[in-house]
Design a protein around this ligand. Structure first.
Ligand SMILES: CC(C)(COP(=O)(O)OP(=O)(O)OC[C@H]1O[C@@H](n2cnc3c(N)ncnc32)[C@H](O)[C@@H]1OP(=O)(O)O)[C@@H](O)C(=O)NCCC(=O)NCCS
Length: 187
């Protein structure tokens, strides 16, 4: 049974594991190989612990996890947009699901829960940036009704990459989409 809830500080290692594994696999060929090979779960866990601590002082920032038994199999992070020129109020900055758990609706439910969280904090539109060449990621956002918007270049792992923006003018549309049999906890 998959369950979605707010991440706890003790989830840092589990989130880092999903982060490292999904990046190494999904971004192979899209990002620099040396950068991906060097991604360490231990270092990422330190970063995630710091982010989960910081969240206590910044109520807009949130991390949600999808849990299967004791195992974190996916996560999403979101918060108020800090980009002056993006049209959206909230940014859903990361959504990742372990390969062996894809295609059963976890990504969709994480996006619904992210939308719920933003709306509760008074952020009614939301958007994100995805690697232009991440066709599967773009298909996922389009399947959820994301509307293509701007493009930009940014630096990831010391490499300049092209990003495409998607947004939901009304996050309620994302929040109201039907759910598969995944339980929602406190988030
Ligand atoms: C993208 C990702 C988060 C989707 O998670 P998921 O749990 O597999 O997605 P879901 O099962 O909830 O699918 C939701 C919808 O998106 C569609 N979808 C998901 N992955 C897709 C793909 N690769 N190609 C086309 N459509 C896709 C599904 O068909 C589904 O639509 P439907 O409900 O209308 O049938 C996951 O595949 C992942 O972590 N990928 C690697 C990293 C990545 O690209 N992250 C996002 C970019 S930042």
């Amino acid at each position: 049974m998959i369950h979605i809830r707010t991440a706890r500080r003790t989830d840092a290692a589990g989130v880092a594991r999903v982060h490292a594994q999904t990046w190494k696999e999904a971004y192979r060929g899209l990002l620099d190989s040396a950068f991906l090979d060097n991604l360490s779960e231990r270092r990422l866990a330190t970063r995630w612990r710091a982010q989960l601590d910081r969240r206590a002082q910044d109520l807009d920032e949130e991390v949600l996890v999808a849990v299967n038994g004791q195992e974190i199999v996916g996560f999403a992070s979101m918060g108020a947009s800090r980009e002056a020129f993006a049209p959206w109020e909230a940014e859903i900055s990361m959504v990742y699901v372990l390969k062996e758990h894809r295609g059963i609706g976890i990504g969709r439910v994480l996006m619904k829960a992210a939308a719920d969280h933003c709306i509760r904090r008074g952020l009614f539109s939301g958007g994100l940036w995805v690697l232009r060449d991440n066709g599967a990621g773009r298909d996922f956002y389009e399947a959820l009704g994301g509307e293509p918007t701007g493009r930009k270049a940014d630096s990831v792992g010391g490499q300049i990459v092209q990003l495409n923006g998607y947004w939901w003018r009304d996050l309620a549309q994302l929040a109201e989409r039907s759910l598969p049999a995944i339980t929602l906890g406190r988030y």
